[in-house]
Write a protein that binds this ligand. Structure first.
Ligand SMILES: *[C@@H]1O[C@H](CO)[C@@H](O)[C@H](O)[C@H]1NC(C)=O
Ligand SMILES: *[C@@H]1O[C@H](CO)[C@@H](O)[C@H](O)[C@H]1NC(C)=O
Ligand SMILES: CC(=O)N[C@H]1CO[C@H](CO)[C@@H](O)[C@@H]1O
Length: 328
């Protein structure tokens, strides 16, 4: 969040929020440090890339106040979850975190691992807790860091997904990182449209955070199978429709939600759906804190959802049309 807006938000708190009906967190996924994801550990500049600081400035100038920083756990802790943090990969992550937060924006630390480590489902919840304790210790004094437990658990035992999320929360708080938000993610690719039907809601509602700063992270795409692999959207109202059950769940359980990934191709029907869905989220900003576009990053080329300036199709075709739904 820009410092100016942070002060305004602090002064006027919830009333301004209710009147403006806008979303607080305007996010962009920064993707590239997790590329070459089967190559552990890979080489910077060959298999993977970090994010250009000037590009982050460009987004901040457009009102973006949250960056979801993708990276791979195996590159931060090579070989085992409890290994010491790799000096250079951590150095790059921290450089980005510090740069973003120095501008007053949120930096979301996001292991893009799908609940897996070296391609195997993580079952050692104690080691996962240690991993998070070690990582959170690096950022414990920075209030603008947000911890995302893991990207998109899927095809896993629901109790294990619960246990891993709880282990992450416990590890982060044990590190002394007590002021930061944590975003648990669900099974089934943390889909908003299946949040209730998949059983995520019934299970993850029981997560405990002594600091009471959990923001449930869900993802939502608008193509037929909800996979985010097509340019087309099902209809001009599919976004709000796919958010309804999750919104009700958030309200019923007095929880907060964040849409950590959403994207569409650049076409009229999708733009109408995006506007309808973001307006719906704004109307429900008592529970939805914001949303982050999938994705920016230097190596996307002509990818249909690319938000990378200056020529990403979404940067020119979508960003100008959705900015108004965010507070910044
Ligand atoms: C993994 O990365 C290394 C270092 O860049 C490269 O030499 C190797 O060919 C890569 N392996 C695969 C399977 O892509
Ligand atoms: C980023 O990673 C590269 C490659 O490992 C390394 O040379 C560089 O020193 C790292 N940057 C920081 C700030 O640690
Ligand atoms: C929807 C989408 O584009 N998902 C991508 C998320 O990032 C991973 C890793 O870069 C890709 O493999 C997915 O396709």
């Amino acid at each position: 969040m820009l410092v100016k807006n942070l002060l305004v938000a602090a002064a006027t708190a919830t009333t301004a929020f209710a009147q403006t009906r806008k979303l607080q967190w305007f996010g962009i996924n920064e993707s590239g440090a997790e590329f070459g994801e089967k190559n552990f550990t890979g080489v910077y500049g060959k298999e993977f890339i970090w994010y250009d600081l000037k590009t982050l400035d460009t987004f901040i100038g457009q009102g973006v106040n949250l960056f979801r920083l993708n990276f791979l756990m195996e590159r931060l802790t090579p070989k085992t979850l409890t290994a010491p943090l790799d000096k250079y990969y951590l150095g790059n992550l921290t450089e980005q975190v510090n740069y973003i937060t120095s501008k007053g924006a949120y930096a979301m630390v996001q292991p893009h691992n799908y609940g897996r480590f070296q391609s195997e489902i993580i079952t050692d919840t104690n080691a996962f807790k240690t991993w998070w304790q070690n990582v959170a210790a690096q950022y414990k004094d920075n209030k603008l860091v947000i911890f995302d437990t893991n990207n998109e658990f899927h095809d896993m035992d629901q109790q294990l997904v619960f246990n891993l999320n709880q282990a992450a929360i416990d590890g982060i708080r044990a590190a002394g990182a007590t002021s930061q938000y944590i975003t648990p993610e669900g099974n089934s690719w943390t889909g908003a449209w299946t949040w209730v039907s998949s059983g995520n809601g019934a299970s993850l509602v029981n997560l405990k955070d002594p600091q009471n700063k959990l923001v449930y992270q869900m993802h939502q795409y608008l193509d037929t199978d909800g996979s985010g692999t097509h340019a087309e959207c099902v209809s001009a109202t599919i976004f709000s429709e796919r958010l309804k059950a999750a919104t009700q769940w958030l309200k019923d359980n007095k929880k907060k939600g964040f849409l950590g990934e959403f994207a569409t191709g650049v076409n009229d029907q999708c733009i109408a759906a995006l506007k309808d869905g973001l307006k719906y989220m704004g109307a429900n900003s008592d529970v939805w804190v914001g949303a982050a576009w999938w994705a920016a990053g230097p190596w996307w080329g002509d990818y249909m959802y690319s938000m990378e300036p200056p020529n990403g199709p979404a940067y020119t075709g979508i960003l100008p049309k959705i900015k108004e739904f965010f507070l910044a």
